[in-house]
Write a new protein. Structure first.
Length: 246
């Protein structure tokens, strides 16, 4: 990290929407918003790691009041610059601990962002923070990959996920600690650049235990936003836990 924005400072924020273009595909965005709008009902939504507003903006256009928490002022500046972005309230801070006013019908954390919390304690704190913001009957939604350890033969620690003539990207896994990092090498105009972002991968069953510690109970788990069944071959999941009505 080089500044208060963490690993998502100005250089990353400036290129974030383009570099994550597959996550902005209309079919994926619409399916995501469909689920979140249904869960929000007549209530409010809180996005942890709101970023540049990929989901918050279309969700707000559906009539759902949205508030966001994010550490990166550079990412939030991109959100505010988009149409409707200035109408979305934001809290600057670590989404594992930062507080927003009021309670919400749905709190959500998407696109592997739970893994940006690099210790188990921080991830547990995030579940407790989400639960504290939920109204009784409200839901916490997490979208995250399934760790790709089956791609690792004995003795290998690296899984590549992008290769081209000018750009290479790969994950490095430590299976003893669940620490991982995404690493990027890019060559342009004869110059090379290397960037690394740390994560902590987490298993579905581990998330269920974190939810239980936060007083939440399982409601749904799908492979994706169109509610495909989650199986042993799924490489990602959308999981929903609910806060019991006292």
């Amino acid at each position: 990290m080089t500044d208060d924005d963490g690993y998502f400072g100005e250089r990353v924020a400036a290129d974030y929407d383009r570099s994550s273009a597959e996550m902005f595909e209309p079919a994926l965005v619409d399916a995501t918003v469909d689920v979140l709008a249904e869960l929000a009902g007549a209530g409010r939504a809180l996005e942890l790691g709101i970023g540049t507003g990929r989901i918050a903006l279309p969700l707000a256009r559906r009539g759902v009041p949205v508030h966001g928490i994010d550490l990166s002022r550079a990412m939030l500046a991109r959100l505010r610059a988009k149409p409707g972005g200035d109408a979305i309230g934001v809290t600057v801070g670590d989404f594992a601990t930062a507080k927003a006013d009021g309670t919400y019908s749905v709190v959500y954390l998407l696109f592997n962002t739970i893994m940006n919390l690099t210790t188990q304690d921080e991830q547990v704190a995030c579940f407790r923070n989400a639960a504290a913001h939920l109204a009784p009957g409200g839901c916490f939604v997490v979208e995250v990959m399934v760790p790709e350890l089956r791609k690792l033969p004995a003795g290998q620690t690296v899984v590549p996920f992008h290769t081209s003539a000018t750009r290479w990207a790969f994950d490095i896994y430590d299976v003893a600690t669940q620490a991982t990092s995404s690493n990027y090498v890019e060559v342009a105009d004869g110059r090379g650049e290397y960037r690394s972002i740390p994560f902590r991968y987490v298993w579905p069953s581990e998330l269920d235990l974190m939810a239980r510690l936060a007083g939440l109970r399982p409601r749904e788990r799908w492979e994706g936003w169109t509610r495909e069944p989650f199986t042993s071959d799924s490489d990602r999941h959308v999981s929903i836990w609910e806060k019991p009505v006292a």
